[in-house]
Design a protein around this ligand. Structure first.
Ligand code: ATP
Ligand code: MG
Length: 582
């Protein structure tokens, strides 16, 4: 039940001073709170016996006031320590979580849905933070404070009466263990459902245009209604157990009061305790009500925190499926790139997505990759990013196997324009600076000119400062592609990978960009995949893929002479070009 505290051991050890101070003061405050009732009891006994004087009455009042002030300050400090800790653990866990996500490869995001990951990063981390704050408070109150009050009742009033009053306690313990387990299970289910719902919201919002275009709003609403219903039902299941906590505790507390009062009065009549004792005792009984509730709260919070921490740890403990080897080989500069008989299959695929691919690219050369859609062009280019565990065969850069090269080193060489470009909700400038932190405007403009985006930039309302991405101006497909290309250009990477990156621009713009690439990238390696052969005519090597195999290879001229798929495709595109030109 308290495994969550053990699993958070690293945090408590790190913050041991804070928790030591917090808990000690919490106890001190608890002990001090015991004094006013006893003082009051003594005062009553003095009144009953008629020995009270103005002086002693004033002393009682003064003492009680002073105690209250002291308790005020101590409470402030322990609250600050305990709840400060809960904010801290939230921040720590969240940044760990994010760092973890950053080391994950695409395969991880294919297995885990974004909405659920978001639920973990928000809701679950919140629950753990509550455990660390409020949970620790209830832990101290329900154990140590509880014991202190019991001691006071026993030593300052009567042990007999105390034991009688706590008789209903075991009832609470049994009920809590039973409810605690139910809370854990139901709460886990509810959090999972919440993750699903998050995912659904995300998909509906990002797909809203398609949903509207296909008039699927009703269906989408229905799906959403179903899933919220599911979340509702699962949370109600939690609430049902939750609602048992309070009545159970109230019932037991009520029993305690009945026992204490009847037995207490009996003891007063037998002259075993005084009337003042009974008043003090009743006040202590009032003070013990909260620790009893705290037991219930404690179990509830620990179970929730535990269930949430399990979900967070599941993500935190996922090992990335591509990791650096313990001692990577240092490669200062990528020279020759070589693929030897590479066969590769995506983790979720049932067939090989690349089979027996061999090719060699000297530094400074350009590779063109063509083939019909789904033939494996993107898959081939992505091999150099080492995003997935490598398949059979060898991928060598400067003669070193790619597995031996540190990922950070590897990626520092690459400028990658993926087939689906991502623009962040930031200005055009920041989006391009992403490729080269702190690049000045001159450098940015050079990259923009190379990507033939300068004319479009003029039409944007705030130029480089125009917000794009989800929250800003919607750029056209071709404009997005060119911002992405600028981003890759600006770092002047050793290896530039353009995955169908010109598919949405017209032929003239494409020719312009290709011209710039040829000029600016002489001496640097470039890999281009495309459907339009005009984009790779100049390449040193061209490979044609079909079902993950290389079926034709050579230069543009050689391929034309082979009279195969390339020739056929080239002729067809020639005809289309002539038609559009006329
Ligand atoms: P296009 O011209 O449409 O971009 P492509 O030649 O780039 O196509 P790839 O994206 O490399 O084709 O896909 C090759 C094959 O691998 C396809 O059959 C595809 O279904 C499969 N595939 C691609 N990505 C994944 C993935 N992440 N998981 C599993 N299979 C994948
Ligand atoms: Mg592709």
């Amino acid at each position: 039940m308290f495994s969550v505290l053990r699993d958070l051991g690293w945090f408590f050890r790190r913050e041991k001073r804070r928790y030591a101070v917090g808990m000690i003061l919490l106890i001190v405050a608890g002990v001090l709170e015991l004094l006013p009732p006893r003082l009051l009891g003594n005062a009553i006994d003095e009144i009953v016996s008629g020995s009270i004087t103005t002086g002693s009455l004033l002393t009682y009042v003064g003492l009680i006031l002073a105690l209250l002030l002291l308790i005020y300050w101590i409470t402030y400090i322990w609250m600050h320590s305990l709840f400060g800790g809960s904010n801290l653990v939230e921040r720590l866990l969240r940044s760990r979580f994010m760092n973890r996500l950053m080391t994950m490869t695409p395969a991880f995001f294919e297995r885990n849905r974004t909405g659920d990951l978001m639920a973990r990063a928000t809701n679950d981390i919140r629950a753990v933070s509550t455990t660390v704050g409020f949970g620790m408070l209830t832990l101290v109150d329900s154990t140590m404070y509880f014991t202190v009050v019991l001691m006071a009742m026993g030593f300052l009033v009567s042990w007999k009466l105390t034991l009688a009053a706590v008789l209903p306690l075991p009832l609470i313990a049994i009920a809590m263990i039973y409810y605690g387990k139910a809370i854990h299970d139901r709460y886990s289910l509810a959090q999972d459902a919440f993750g699903d719902m998050n995912d659904q919201v995300l998909e509906s919002v990002s797909g809203v245009r398609v949903i509207r275009a296909y008039v699927q709003e009703r269906l989408d609403e229905k799906r959403f209604a179903d899933i919220t219903e599911d979340v509702y039902r699962k949370n109600m299941a939690v609430a049902k157990v939750d609602s048992f906590f309070e009545p159970t505790i109230r019932f037991c507390v009520g029993l305690s009061y009945i026992i204490a009062l009847t037995y207490g009065i009996y003891l007063v009549f037998r002259n075993q305790i005084t009337l003042g004792d009974l008043v003090s005792f009743n006040m202590y009984l009032g003070m013990i009500v909260w620790p009893m509730f705290a037991i219930g709260e404690l179990i509830n919070i620990m179970q929730r925190g535990g269930a949430s921490l399990e979900r967070i740890d599941e993500t935190l403990n996922t090992k990335p499926d591509v990791e650096d080897v313990p001692h990577p080989t240092a490669v200062t500069e990528p020279k020759r790139i070589e693929l030897k008989d590479v066969t590769f299959r995506y983790p979720t695929s049932t067939v090989d997505n690349l089979s027996g691919v061999s090719l060699m690219l000297e530094k400074g050369q350009t590779l063109g990759v063509v083939g019909r859609t789904g033939s494996g062009k993107s898959t081939l280019l992505k091999q150099l990013l080492h995003e997935y565990p490598t398949g059979r065969g060898e991928i060598l850069i400067s003669g070193v196997r790619i597995e031996q090269i540190a990922l950070e080193q590897l990626h520092s060489w690459m400028g990658y324009v993926p087939q689906e470009q991502i623009l962040f909700s930031k200005s055009v400038r920041e989006n391009i600076q992403f490729g080269y932190a702190g690049a000045d405007d001159e450098r940015i403009m050079a990259a923009i000119t190379a990507a033939a985006f300068q004319n479009d930039l003029g039409t944007l309302s705030d130029g480089l400062d125009t917000l794009v991405g989800e929250r800003g101006v919607s750029l056209s497909g071709g404009q997005k592609q060119r911002v992405s290309i600028s981003r890759a250009f600006i770092a002047n990477p050793e290896i530039l990978i353009l995955d169908d990156a010109l598919s949405a621009v017209d032929a003239r713009t494409e020719a312009q960009i290709i011209e710039n690439i040829r000029r600016e990238r002489s001496g640097k390696t470039t890999l281009i995949s495309t459907h339009r052969l005009s984009a790779i005519e100049h390449a040193d090597h061209i490979v044609v893929l079909e079902d993950g195999r290389i079926t034709e290879r050579g230069t543009h001229q050689e391929l034309l002479a082979q009279n195969g798929w390339y020739r056929e495709q080239f002729d067809r595109q020639q005809v289309e070009n002539n038609l559009t030109n006329e």
